[in-house]
Design a binder for this molecule. Structure first.
Ligand SMILES: [Zn+2]
Length: 159
């Protein structure tokens, strides 16, 4: 489904509209939100939760999208708890571009002991900052396999 305010050239809108390929495909979707695997240098299992609409701040969310958000973040976090055995699941939102606010997207990131170890014991925003300056990208086959397991969790185990 294409958003009514689809913005060509916006990564979030381009993914939703199919103008850009999404490895692993859509994991879960609701009336207002889409859950997918992250693109770029965060660890395997890290999710992006983005609104279908091109909205650039939490303050601008339609009320029904805002009301649905808590459930979506909770369910995405529960799935990661079930599949990843994390020390913690991070939920954060930046969407801060150089020249403008970007399409709103929450990062829901499972951080297990091996990830902390690989980054010298860093945690929280210091861990993310260290990850974001690498050119790491989770192997595509692993992203596809994870996304499939995640879809099964939403189909069979969410509730
Ligand atoms: Zn957008």
């Amino acid at each position: 489904m294409t958003a009514v305010n689809d913005v060509a050239g916006c990564l979030g809108c381009d993914l939703l509209a199919g103008r850009r390929e999404l490895p692993g495909g859509i994991i879960h979707q609701t009336d207002h939100w889409v859950v997918q695997h992250v693109l770029g240098p965060l660890n395997l299992g890290t999710l992006i939760v983005a609104p279908r609409l091109h909205v650039v701040s939490v303050a601008d969310l339609p009320i029904d999208a805002a009301e649905e958000l808590g459930r979506v973040l909770r369910d995405a976090s529960r799935m990661l708890e079930a599949l990843c055995e994390p020390e913690q699941v991070y939920v954060c939102q930046w969407s801060h571009g150089e020249s403008a606010r970007k399409h709103l997207h929450f990062v829901v990131q499972p951080v297990a002991a091996d990830v902390v170890r690989a980054y010298g014991g860093r945690r929280s925003e210091q861990l993310q900052a260290a990850m974001m300056v690498t050119d790491y990208e989770a192997p595509r086959k692993q992203v596809e396999a994870f996304s499939e397991r995640a879809r099964h969790w939403f189909r069979d185990d969410a509730g």
